[in-house]
Design a protein. Structure first.
Length: 275
């Protein structure tokens, strides 16, 4: 169903229709369904269905309004009135009717009780926050005083980065070696069949990869053993020779380093553990 807004022309037509209907006491009226708007109080801006407007136009055009015809009998006024009630004239300037939004339903008692409880709980939380304010924001070190200091791990980070760099370089070298050996075997065995060349190349590449892993593992083991021996080794140092630079303030008898430090030169053997 199409609803239109009443214009002044439509209001005049509806008023004329109601006057004629009441005067003639006729039952000829446009059918109205429960969904169609009422025409009892026509006003500009009210709604009217397109079907009602068509029926009103037909009703007004079907009646001969003799009281609107001029006395000269030429029928010009009659034709003007008929044109006024045509459906094309009534639709001029009309627009679609947008009904106002339905009012929001009243909240139920359960909803009101729930909102009251939520408001009371929020007010209680606000009151507790006001009485017991949160402590000031703390830094990470203030909150976790036993956490490790980042600056103390700089040296370890440098060692870790160096290890990662070395391992990446090693992986790249191993891959390049394996691929190069596989390509070399493929080229050398060019007179063989394709399956044999492929198997030989894959086998050679796998053997080279295994050899690379074995060699690198042995290298790491030897480096680890060497570091362990170096840490366990005690370094003994002794003074082999001393010399004195001549100067004005130098005493007649030169002193060796042990005497300057208040030690016997024979005992001036410093022991320290290698790092």
């Amino acid at each position: 169903m199409v609803l239109l807004c009443m214009t002044p022309a439509i209001v005049a037509a509806v008023t004329k229709y109601q006057d004629l209907k009441n005067a003639s006491e006729s039952d000829d009226k446009p059918p109205r369904t429960p969904d169609e708007p009422s025409l009892d109080d026509p006003a500009e801006g009210n709604s009217i269905s397109h079907f009602q407007l068509v029926e009103i136009s037909k009703f007004l055009l079907s009646h001969n309004h003799t009281d609107d015809v001029s006395e000269d009998g030429d029928g010009q006024n009659h034709d003007r009135i008929r044109d006024q009630y045509r459906i094309s004239s009534l639709l001029r300037g009309a627009s679609f009717y947008n009904p106002p939004p339905a009012p929001k339903p009243a909240p139920s008692s359960e909803y009101q009780a729930l909102m009251a409880r939520l408001r009371a709980a929020e007010e209680q939380k606000s009151y507790e926050r006001m009485l017991n304010p949160l402590p000031p924001a703390q830094s990470f070190y203030e909150r976790f005083p036993n956490a490790h200091n980042v600056d103390s791990n700089d040296q370890e980070d440098d060692v870790t980065y160096a290890d990662v760099d070395r391992q990446l370089t090693l992986i790249i070298n191993v891959l390049v070696t394996v691929v190069a050996c596989g390509i070399a075997i493929w080229i050398i065995a060019r007179r063989w069949s394709a399956p044999a060349r492929l198997g030989l190349s894959m086998s050679g590449a796998i053997l080279v990869a295994v050899a690379e892993v074995v060699v690198y593992t042995g290298y790491l083991r030897r480096v680890k053993e060497a570091k362990g021996k170096e840490k366990r080794k005690i370094e003994n140092k002794e003074i082999v020779e001393t010399w004195v630079i001549e100067g004005k303030s130098m005493p007649d008898r030169p002193k060796v380093i042990g005497e300057v430090l208040g030690q016997d030169p024979k005992d001036a053997v410093r022991r320290r553990k290698a790092r």
